[in-house]
Ligand binder design. Structure first.
Ligand code: ZN
Ligand code: ZN
Length: 401
């Protein structure tokens, strides 16, 4: 069994990992690069013979989750190569890409790839040639996200994808690994937070409490967050006092419909109180004016209009990565929306803290070693695991496992 991380050994995002046995070749994720320090995404240069170019020579591509830095390049995978992803993740990606296509953006290849993608069931292995891949549902800022246990040639590798321990389902992580994964030979682990250690890490529960407090101070609360950060939206929506409206735009409501249809039996994912804003609905507008509201927005026309109309005496809860507000990585749409408005930060990371990474490693006790990825500081794994075999690969380097 061999591993080759085509991209992601020394950076966050753009993840592409290849695992091969003697007769089988699979990939974990096929992501796009995140914008660089100048805020610009470099033109895509990743070329993988047998996947993006030439005669197809790949047995499957498995996706850990819906973030663009893991799935963004799926439209460049040869259409004869089987794709696998979570069932709700697939629906969410279809929803997003249909929305973009409706706006005139060419998403035909991505939509075709998603339409033909296979879905998997948590904890049910999929065998492709001589490689067996078992997906395990984990907590991340993307809904329906997975770690993969990959088994071949008598070796077991746990590829973590992106994960965390401080979300609503974070507590299940270690017991799940103990019960279903056990000891592995290699741990391929994300290390996003190792270069973002200054970030304050609250749990989603703590954040929900903060939002509840904010709603005591303000009748009108806007939440600026990603439309796909479902657990954040769910946590905040369920903290809204009775009588206050919960509002979003049409696209956000469609995203919530996907989750509610598939997971609405879980109380957290019952979004029946969240309404798509309708300016002709006099009762709703009166309720918003008189009793207050929580309104999910993004930096777009809807967000601007709602702030213009309902922004007086309101507060915006900024619920995204604060790097977007930094000088180096400034997202101008976001900073323009917040400028001269009353706003507070209510956010927590989607990634594992060093302590959670340690706990995972202590649980799966990798016999052979740890391979960091999705990190700007993979060297920090050596400090985190003194005496352990930490292998710092370069992008494209082949390692016999
Ligand atoms: Zn990522
Ligand atoms: Zn992610």
């Amino acid at each position: 069994m061999r591993i080759q991380i085509h991209r992601g050994t020394h950076q966050i995002g753009g993840s592409v990992t290849e695992i091969t046995s003697d007769d089988t070749r699979v990939f974990i994720d096929f992501g796009s690069e995140l914008p660089g320090a100048d805020g610009v995404v470099k033109p895509e240069t990743l070329s993988v013979p047998g996947v993006t170019e030439g005669e197809p020579r790949c047995d499957a591509v498995f996706f850990t989750h819906t973030h663009g830095d893991h799935i963004g390049q799926l439209d460049r995978i040869h259409p004869s190569i089987p794709l696998y992803m979570g069932a709700t993740a697939r629906e969410l990606c279809l929803c997003l890409n249909r929305y973009l296509a409706d706006k005139g953006i060419d998403r035909a290849a991505a939509l075709a790839a998603l339409e033909r993608a296979n879905t998997f069931t948590p904890a049910h292995p999929i065998t492709v040639g001589s490689i067996r891949v078992t997906p395990f549902l984990i907590d991340h800022s993307a809904f329906d996200a997975y770690m993969f246990l990959i088994e071949a040639d008598g070796k077991r590798v746990l590829h973590t994808g992106d994960f965390r321990g401080h979300g609503f389902r974070g507590k299940a992580l270690i017991p799940m690994l103990e019960k279903y994964v056990g000891q592995v030979d290699w741990l391929v682990c994300e290390g996003t937070m190792l270069s973002r250690s200054a970030e304050q890490v609250k749990t989603e529960h703590e954040l929900q409490r903060d939002e509840r407090d904010l709603m005591k101070q303000y009748k009108r609360v806007f939440v600026l967050c990603s439309s796909m950060n479902i657990d954040r939206i769910a946590g905040f929506a369920h903290a809204v006092p009775d009588g206050r409206a919960i509002i979003c735009d049409d696209f956000q409501r469609k995203v919530l419909d996907v989750v509610q249809t598939r997971h609405g039996q879980v109380p957290l994912y019952d979004f029946s109180r969240v309404k798509s804003y309708d300016r002709t609905d006099a009762v709703l507008n009166r309720q918003m004016m008189d009793d207050g509201f929580l309104c999910f927005i993004r930096a777009n026309h809807f967000g601007e209009k709602m702030l213009d109309y309902y922004g007086d005496d309101a507060v915006i809860a900024y619920s995204m990565w604060d790097g977007y507000l930094s000088e180096e990585l400034e997202n101008k749409k976001l900073t323009a929306l917040l400028k001269s408005r009353n706003w507070v930060k209510l956010h927590t990371s989607g990634h594992a803290t060093p302590d959670t990474i340690k706990a995972v490693c202590e649980t799966v006790r990798p016999r052979c070693g740890v391979i960091p990825m999705h990190s700007e500081c993979p060297e920090a794994f050596k400090e985190l695991f003194p005496g352990k075999n930490v292998i710092l690969l370069k992008d494209g380097e082949l390692l016999e496992l």
